[in-house]
Design a binder for this molecule. Structure first.
Ligand code: ARG
Ligand code: ZN
Length: 879
């Protein structure tokens, strides 16, 4: 372990800043290895005479400090690798701090760094302190002006936040630009970009009739791939005006796409920096999924302008205030652009596959974490996706109108401020004149709530009692959560039955725009309904109205009726998934008892009903036909028997293919024949491709249909179909697969984003060869440890999706990834920490894997000089 245990930060220790930075004028003299930063601040003490503590980093070289134009001497300040402490002589003063940084050697991709020869910055969460000494905390808001001086040939374009107020030439082939941001902001929203970039331009006219210049900056070779991003931006701007009444507030909105980026994108005021994956697309090289990702991330960053930038967080423990809310907004945006029902199911899958395991593992934390060692480790599925689910709870409780009234009040009260999640809740409550205090319990307790439902029907009184019991981490000792449950009753034919709550239940049940809603508010809460002639089937948690794991033991008959008749498409999908899960689990038991596998009639019939349903939306059909993902499947077990789970999953997939071969083939051929020659990003076309490729995937479980996959690959219609063909072929080590992969590589060698797909395909192949292949691929000339996307597509995909290879019984997969984590940690701790979290499930694995994975984590933990990032993950994982 690292010798000095890194410091942990606690929410309870929060103190408001003692100083205000009235304004800051930054001057950058850009140079690859030695960039000089002059930071001129006007500072004012808020109260007494406290020392002024400025955050810094070991990567900074301090050149000089002036207080009111007086050069400070060494004895006038205290300097260490993380901070600079000054002892100001007056209450109002000017500071000028000169530092030097080395962008070219900055492999952390945090602070100011270089990517493909261009300069760019990433400051959230705490990267600004790698640029200059500053009060690097979100509750210090200041007016920024930025002057950039650079070589003309090397950096044609010079960008920063706000409006360009001056630019011109300088001697020695240099030039400069001055940018002024009229809005006060915390330093995490600062950005600078410089380099030889080309621009795609458009305009948007706001509801207030102001014209905004829209500019997307990319490298010249990517100019033909910006159209979709630009359309997405315009749609986002329009949608935020229509649905939230929020318009853009500057004259220019800039997006820059870079290849080397630690995350998806960053909402810097007026100057978003994006991972090129979320900007660049054309039909030949990007899939429907990529197009959708671009639309939603462009939306997400744009929506941050109000929820994040105009109103920001008081401290990083409030991160979900901006992220949960902005994810909720981007989910709603995608739902409105495409299909709300499909989007809801996809979001639930994402939550269950990624957030539920996090909440059940060693890194579990509330959506408002109470402490952190490295803040970057808390940009998690929990803070983002569960946070969005919690915002959705307000929406479900208050309705669209009430929610929007709350938003309006939130913005009126807090515009221009750095606030807390309590402030948000207060605005929602006040605007609707309701008490929402209980909602706080969602913010401060980790774990996925378990909601157990028991039903008692009395045929004499015709009365139904539903008892809801909430558990957190297996117990009932927590602060009770407010859980909204959308629901309905149904008879055996699938006809909806009336809902007549008893007197005592009446005030806990309401009719909402999303349907009937009951509110569970206690650890054990009972609801009574009258006038039910027969015992009803229960449709619960419609629309997935709360992020809980629902424990209601429906019968197979009940599930079959719900699967084909429920009015709610989420419950229909969920019911067929539950039938599949029953089947999968049954076969796990059989595997453990060395008995032959079987396929349950209930699942078979439900599958048949969906497959033959001609009314249903094709995307919903495709989702219903999919088996539960392996990750979610294994989440059902306290002890995970990986061999049994994989065998059961593979068996059922193949059994479906055999059973429905003819019908799958027919559906496939009809859809393939109806495919339009020209690609459209349109929900109908997307749904067609989804279903077609679902059929293809099943068909290729049967080796005799391999040719169909090869033919679809060779057609080269669009990347969606090409990739789907490669994925369908991926589990069989046939020579055709190798040939297609080779052809794919040759065709796309010069396109990084496509080559990432090529790496990911091989990293996810479920074959005995996979581990060897992946090891070899780390030596491939196109593999680099410097590009996060490449690391994620090879190492991340291997650890997350290669169940056979990563979980290889010898433990070699674990050892391999542990070594890679250590290599990556030297260059990029943020990415290394993400890779390290792939070991988080070790305690639940059955032996021998449990011990083998433990050893791999110990190996990481015992290394010298671990970063804070990896240290935090592995030390918590071993606990
Ligand atoms: N605020 C950015 C977004 O959600 C992401 C920043 C992630 N930062 C980090 N250190 N991981 O749009
Ligand atoms: Zn965000």
């Amino acid at each position: 372990m690292t010798k000095n245990i890194p410091q942990e930060h606690f929410l309870k220790d929060y103190q408001s800043p003692q100083y205000e930075i009235k304004s800051v004028y930054l001057t950058f003299y850009l140079s690859p290895n030695k960039t000089q930063v002059i930071n001129h601040m006007v500072v004012e003490a808020k109260g007494g005479k406290a020392p002024l503590l400025l955050d810094g980093d070991k990567s900074l070289t301090l050149v000089s400090i002036k207080e009111n134009n007086q050069l400070l001497l060494k004895e006038d300040y205290e300097l260490n690798s993380e901070s600079l402490t000054l002892f100001p002589k007056s209450n109002q003063f000017e500071l000028e701090i000169v530092t030097e940084v080395d962008p070219e050697s900055n492999t952390y991709l945090e602070g100011l760094y270089r990517t493909n020869g261009n300069y760019c910055t990433q400051c959230e969460a705490e990267g600004f302190r790698r640029i200059t000494y500053y009060m690097d905390r979100p509750d210090v808001l200041s007016s920024f002006t930025t002057k950039i001086v650079a070589d003309k040939a090397e950096s044609k374009v010079l960008l920063s936040n706000g409006n360009l107020i001056e630019s011109g030439d300088l001697p020695n082939n240099q030039h400069y630009a001055v940018w002024e941001d009229p809005y006060k902001k915390p330093c995490y929203l600062f950005a600078l970009v410089a380099g030889n970039l080309e621009v795609v331009e458009d305009t948007f006219v706001t509801q207030e009739n102001r014209e905004v210049a829209l500019k997307i900056y990319v490298e010249a070779r990517n100019l033909d791939k910006c159209e979709h991003a630009m359309q997405s931006l315009k749609k986002s701007m329009q949608w935020d005006e229509e649905r939230f009444g929020l318009a853009y507030d500057l004259d220019v909105y800039m997006i820059v796409a870079v290849d080397d980026f630690n995350m998806g994108a960053m909402e810097n005021k007026g100057l978003n920096v994006f991972n090129s994956k979320y900007v660049l697309a054309k039909p030949e090289s990007a899939t429907d999924h990529d197009f959708e990702g671009i639309e939603s991330v462009i939306g997400h960053e744009y929506f941050h302008n109000w929820t994040g930038n105009r109103i920001t967080c008081r401290d990083w423990f409030q991160l979900t205030l901006k992220e949960g809310l902005t994810v909720f907004r981007d989910q709603e945006f995608t739902a409105d652009m495409l299909s709300p029902d499909v989007k809801r199911i996809e979001d639930v899958k994402r939550l269950r596959n990624n957030q539920f395991p996090e909440d059940a593992g060693p890194m579990a934390h509330p959506i408002q974490p109470q402490s952190y060692i490295e803040m970057n480790n808390f940009y998690t599925m929990t803070v983002y996706e569960k946070g969005a689910e919690v915002v959705r709870l307000y929406h479900t409780l208050l309705g669209e109108k009430g929610f929007q009234q709350g938003m309006k009040r939130y913005i009126e009260c807090f515009d221009g401020q750095a606030v807390t999640i309590q402030d948000f809740r207060q605005a929602m409550a006040e605007a609707n004149d309701v008490n929402l205090n209980q909602m706080h319990h969602w913010y401060i307790q980790p774990g996925t709530p378990h909601l157990k439902v028991t039903k008692t029907y009395n045929p004499i009184t015709k009365c139904l009692a539903l008892k809801f019991s909430q558990f957190l981490n297996g117990k009932q000792v927590h602060l009770p959560l407010l859980i909204p449950v959308l629901f309905g009753f149904m008879d055996e034919e699938g006809t909806a039955l009336p809902i007549k709550p008893s007197i005592s239940t009446k005030n806990k049940v309401t009719q909402t725009e999303k349907g009937m809603l009951l509110k569970v508010t206690q650890l054990n809460d009972t609801f009574e309904f009258m006038g039910l002639e027969t015992e009803p089937y229960l449709s619960l948690l419609r629309h997935f109205s709360a992020p809980v794991s629902l424990d209601y033991k429906a019968t197979e008959e009940e599930l079959m009726v719900l699967a084909s008749h429920d009015s709610d498409s989420f419950v229909r999908w969920e019911s067929i998934q539950k039938l599949a899960m029953l089947n999968l689990k049954e076969n796990v038991i059989r595997f453990e008892n060395s008995e032959p596998f079987l396929i349950l009639d209930s699942y078979l019939n439900a599958f048949k009903a969906v497959l033959e349903d001609n009314e249903i939306d094709l995307a919903l059909k495709s989702l219903a036909m999919a088996l539960p993902d392996v990750i979610y499947f294994s989440e059902q077990y306290e002890e995970v028997n990986m061999d049994a789970i994989l065998a059961s999953h593979n068996f059922l997939k193949k059994a479906i293919a055999e059973f429905f071969e003819e019908s799958l083939l027919e559906t496939y051929q009809a859809l393939e024949a109806s495919e339009k020659p020209k690609y459209r990003y349109h929900k109908e076309d997307i749904a067609n491709r989804m279903l077609k490729n679902r059929c293809l995937n099943y068909l290729l479980q049967l080796p005799k249909h391999f040719d169909i996959g090869v033919a679809q690959y060779q057609n080269h219609h669009n990347m969606t179909d090409v990739l789907a063909a490669l994925e369908a072929m991926n589990h069989l080590a046939r020579v055709e697969r190798a040939q297609c992969l080779e052809d794919f590589y040759q065709r796309w060698q010069s396109d990084n984003l496509v080559i990432d797909k090529w790496f990911a395909l091989q990293a996810s192949a479920q074959s005995d060869q996979a581990l060897e292949d992946v090891k070899k691929l780390t030596k491939h000339p196109d593999f680099t440890y410097h590009t996060p996307n490449r690391l994620r597509s090879l190492l991340g995909v291997f650890g997350r999706l290669n169940f056979a290879g990563f979980h290889d019984k010898t433990g070699e997969g674990y050892q391999f990834l542990a070594e890679e984590v250590l290599k990556v940690d030297k260059l990029n701790p943020q990415v290394a920490a993400r890779l390290a979290s792939l070991f988080s499930q070790w305690q639940r694995l059955a032996e021998p894997r449990k011990t083998l994975m433990y050893k791999a984590i110990e190996h990481i933990a015992s290394a010298e000089d671990l970063s804070k990032d990896v240290f935090e993950i592995v030390s918590k994982t071993l606990k």
